[in-house]
Ligand binder design. Structure first.
Ligand code: GDP
Ligand code: IMO
Ligand code: MG
Length: 423
């Protein structure tokens, strides 16, 4: 039997590594692009032909020809936000309806899930996660505790199911003392979003994907967030509520583990994080501010300042391990173009002085052990051939490959689709 392949592309750090750009670049090599987890907490940016697009729930393969794009069962979908996103794309001339397929089993984010997200954050006070406020945690909570509503529910007796779950949420909000809200207009638009959703091809995506694979078609799975935000392996509890790791592609799309081929791990040449939680290599000094400014490190969804720091090889080794990364892709190398020196964290020093190389249970208070490397001091934004790369940068790349025991097969030197070096 001729069977197609499934490759997985995911973030190795705390999100915003540049996944959207790389999916767009790789899509011409695939027949299908599919999202397997997360929801509108994601903001995937693509730039080409002088245009910039930010995608939240729609896969980043949507701009390349007539490829089928699938929103898998592992995704959580907010109908109102989806409608805004889809209408924006249609207005800019991209016809989605025939190419975007949505799983019947994807869970719905209700307006009250967003209120619960805010209420939980308020209740946590100083210990809050710093969520995107999109209702992600409460929606996955309802999924796991078997209360959730799915896309497939919208066709039959939906009003009653919705009302019952909404009543449950309202009770929870009262218990959290969170009562100062108006649902009126939000709820009206949400219901409009439900009707809008019905115009799309709603599918049993696990059947569709496996049928396509049987026909020999190839699939690229697009992850959202990053490994260090994974609910099992990330810096818990400062994580998102889904499995962002490679295994999430299996459960989030109904793909068997033995189908997985290449695993593309996306990382920045440095590191960022948005929201609360430990970040061992965070820089609070002028260098951190410089990276933020040069890299335009402000959230695509919330506009929040991203925290910036040096690349963390302890966390990356861990991410390479749990995902089985076969190809590393390094983004935003150009952001460090002007630095005299760059640093890479190769180990952590614990409070008692012990030096460790393995990512531990708790990273709070660990001190990064750095290796300093020479900066390349060259504008790399126009370079598209490996031979033109400056020697100091090649040394940085070779050092990272050795430390992570994995080849770096693509280097990105700017936000545009064209700014890349394939190795
Ligand atoms: P994602 O969530 O992983 O898709 O990443 P985001 O889109 O949230 O953040 C990445 C940001 O970096 C976006 O603004 C991209 O346009 C931009 N970007 C991607 N690759 C590069 C690069 O190589 N250099 C620079 N300077 N910017 C990049
Ligand atoms: P992309 O796909 C960066 C972070 C939030 C918060 C934590 C939990 O663009 O890389 P949530 O709303 O998911 O409950 O928030 O996770 N977070 C992200 N950070 N990029 C993202 O997505 C993120 N999605 C969630 O800031 O710390
Ligand atoms: Mg993002």
């Amino acid at each position: 039997m001729n069977t197609g392949k499934v490759d997985v592309l995911l973030g190795l750090q705390w999100g915003d590594e540049g996944k959207g750009k790389v999916v767009d670049v790789l899509t011409p090599q695939y027949d299908v692009v599919a999202r397997f987890q997360g929801g509108p907490n994601a903001g995937h940016t693509l730039e080409f032909e002088g245009q910039k697009y930010v995608l939240r729930s729609i896969p980043s393969g949507i701009f390349q020809g007539d490829k089928v794009n699938i929103v898998g069962n592992g995704v959580v979908l907010a109908p109102d936000l989806f409608m805004d996103e889809a209408k924006d794309l249609e207005r800019s001339g991209h016809n989605l309806k025939s190419r975007l397929h949505i799983s019947r089993k994807a869970h719905l984010i209700m307006p009250t899930h967003r209120l619960l997200d805010a209420a939980n954050e308020a209740a946590k006070g100083a210990g809050k996660v710093g969520t995107t406020g999109k209702g992600i945690g409460p929606t996955y909570t309802d999924k796991i505790s078997r209360y959730g509503l799915r896309v497939g529910d919208i066709f039959d007796g939906f009003e009653e199911k919705y009302a019952a779950l909404k009543a449950r949420h309202e009770q929870m909000l009262r218990a959290l003392n969170y009562t100062d809200y108006e649902l009126g207009e939000t709820e009206r638009k949400w219901m409009e979003g439900i009707d809008y959703l019905k115009q799309y091809t709603i599918v049993d995506s696990e059947h569709e994907i496996n049928r396509l694979l049987k026909e020999g078609k190839s699939v690229l799975c697009e992850g959202a967030q990053g490994t260090m935000l994974d609910v099992d392996f990330g810096s818990y509890p400062f994580v998102t509520s889904s499995n962002t790791v490679c295994a999430g592609a299996c459960t989030g799309l109904g793909i068997a583990p033995n189908r997985i081929g290449r695993v593309f791990g996306i990382m920045k040449a440095y590191c960022t994080r948005v929201g609360a939680g430990p970040f061992p290599t965070e820089l609070f000094d002028e260098t951190g501010a410089q990276i933020r400014q040069l890299g335009h490190e402000f959230g695509a969804v919330t506009g929040r300042e991203r925290r910036c720091g040096w690349i963390d090889l302890v966390a990356l080794r861990y991410a390479v391990m749990v995902n089985g990364v076969t190809n590393l892709i390094m983004m935003k190398s150009d952001v460090l173009d002007t630095f005299e020196t760059v640093k890479a964290c190769v180990a952590y020093k614990l409070k008692d002085g012990t030096v460790i190389n393995e990512y531990p249970f708790d990273v709070e208070g660990v001190e990064p052990v750095y290796q300093e490397l020479k900066g390349w001091k060259t504008d790399m934004t126009q370079i598209t051939e490996e031979a033109q790369l400056p020697q100091a940068f090649r040394d940085y790349v070779a050092f990272l490959e050795e430390q992570l025991e994995t080849p770096i097969t693509m280097i990105s030197t700017g936000p545009d689709r064209k700014q890349k070096i394939i190795r």
